[in-house]
Design a protein around this ligand. Structure first.
Ligand SMILES: Cc1cc2nc3c(=O)[nH]c(=O)nc-3n(C[C@H](O)[C@H](O)[C@H](O)COP(=O)(O)O)c2cc1C
Length: 350
């Protein structure tokens, strides 16, 4: 049972935070969470979550509901977020060098539509900072690291950035995600197709092999894709991913579409749209991936999970694991519990 106290406390905190500009409330929310952790008060907002163990990517997850990339870009809040009941946490996107991201304002809450538009642009403190945080962490759960390229690195040289990040995080990550799907880094999404994708994945897989031999530890390598892909494009990506033996795919990142937010005053802000309007498009890409890979590839479903039923739908479409971002902002830790329950029911359904 969710204690009514944790539910109402989150509602109160959220009401106060939502009075602030979106990025300020994001920062204060995370700082507040860290304070609660230090004062041993996280139990106040942590729901009770039944275990739902699952083995995917050679890793043992306590439950299949994780936190998506972008909320804790530098792994500064890993211990606090990890104590909320997630089955795993993905940090990043991190780039080799620190970078400020786009000018503010760059984060917009579309509360009526239960959506978010962001054009953060990979603001982060660089991979060395993230690695130090991961070395110091107390959280013993599964941590994925999402890697990207610096804005100043030409797209043709992107591989160098991804390789540098992979080498830097390999020893401290449980899995690594190659993010080619952010709409906020010019040219990045073009790397999802054809020969550029195959070449990049081959280089990274070779490096993974070398690192595995050096460290005697195998860290799975995943690809995160955009939702704005035709079925034919998804099939092409699936073929490349299977050919290059990529370990899994995360579907999906945010969308460039504005379907569902046409009437919002902020609906025309540039950036990637996430939350409720993304649910169907994201699940469709997930299903096409599952179909194109004949269910042989581990898939993580993310995009518009706002309630337990959305998580179950991702499970039905082929996801072994799911991740939350926008839904977590709107619903809080209660949503983790709801998704775990829905996925448990799915597992036990005929
Ligand atoms: C403010 C914000 C920042 C994000 N930053 C990243 C990021 O750095 N790397 C990444 O792979 N995805 C990032 N995402 C995308 C999420 O991880 C997720 O794929 C997307 O929001 C869809 O899930 P949702 O509808 O549950 O939010 C970001 C999303 C938001 C809202």
């Amino acid at each position: 049972m969710v204690t009514p106290l944790s539910f109402w406390l989150f509602r109160c905190i959220r009401s106060l935070l939502f009075l602030l500009p979106a990025e300020t409330s994001h920062e204060w929310g995370l700082k507040g969470l860290e304070l609660l952790r230090r004062w041993h008060l996280l139990w106040l907002i942590r729901p009770r979550i039944a275990p739902l163990p699952v083995r995917v990517l050679g890793l043992a997850f306590p439950n299949p509901v994780g936190l998506a990339a972008g909320l804790d870009k530098n792994a500064d809040y890993l211990d606090a977020l990890g104590a909320l009941g997630f089955g795993f946490i993905e940090v990043g996107t991190v780039t080799p060098k620190p970078q400020p991201g786009n000018p503010t304002p760059r984060l917009f809450r579309l509360a009526q539509e239960r959506a978010i538009i962001n054009r953060m642009g990979f603001n982060n403190l660089g991979v060395d900072h993230l690695v130090e945080n991961l070395k110091r962490r107390r959280y013993r759960g599964i941590v994925g690291v999402n890697i990207g390229k610096n804005l100043t690195t030409p797209v043709e040289d992107a591989a160098q950035d991804y390789l540098a990040c992979l080498r830097a995080v390999y020893a401290v990550a449980d899995y690594v995600v190659v993010n080619l799907s952010s709409p906020n880094t010019p040219g990045l999404r073009a790397l999802q197709f054809g020969e550029p994708l195959a070449r990049l994945l081959r280089l990274l897989k070779d490096e993974q092999q070398a690192l595995m031999q050096a460290t005697k530890r195998r860290v799975p390598l995943l690809l995160k894709v955009a939702p704005d892909l035709s079925e034919a494009e998804v099939r092409e990506i699936a073929r490349t991913v299977l050919r290059e033996s990529v370990d899994g795919v995360i579907a999906t990142n945010t969308t460039l579409s504005r379907a569902g937010v046409e009437h919002s005053p902020q609906g025309n802000e540039a950036g990637g749209l996430s939350g409720a309007p993304l649910t169907q498009a994201s699940t469709t890409v997930l299903y096409h991936l599952w179909d194109a890979t004949s269910g042989r590839l581990p898939l993580i479903g993310v995009g518009g999970i706002m309630q337990g039923a959305d998580a179950a739908q991702k499970g039905e479409a082929g996801a072994s694991l799911v991740q939350l971002y926008s839904g977590f902002i709107y619903r809080g830790p209660t949503l983790i519990r709801e998704c775990v329950r829905a996925l448990k029911a799915l597992r036990h359904s005929p």
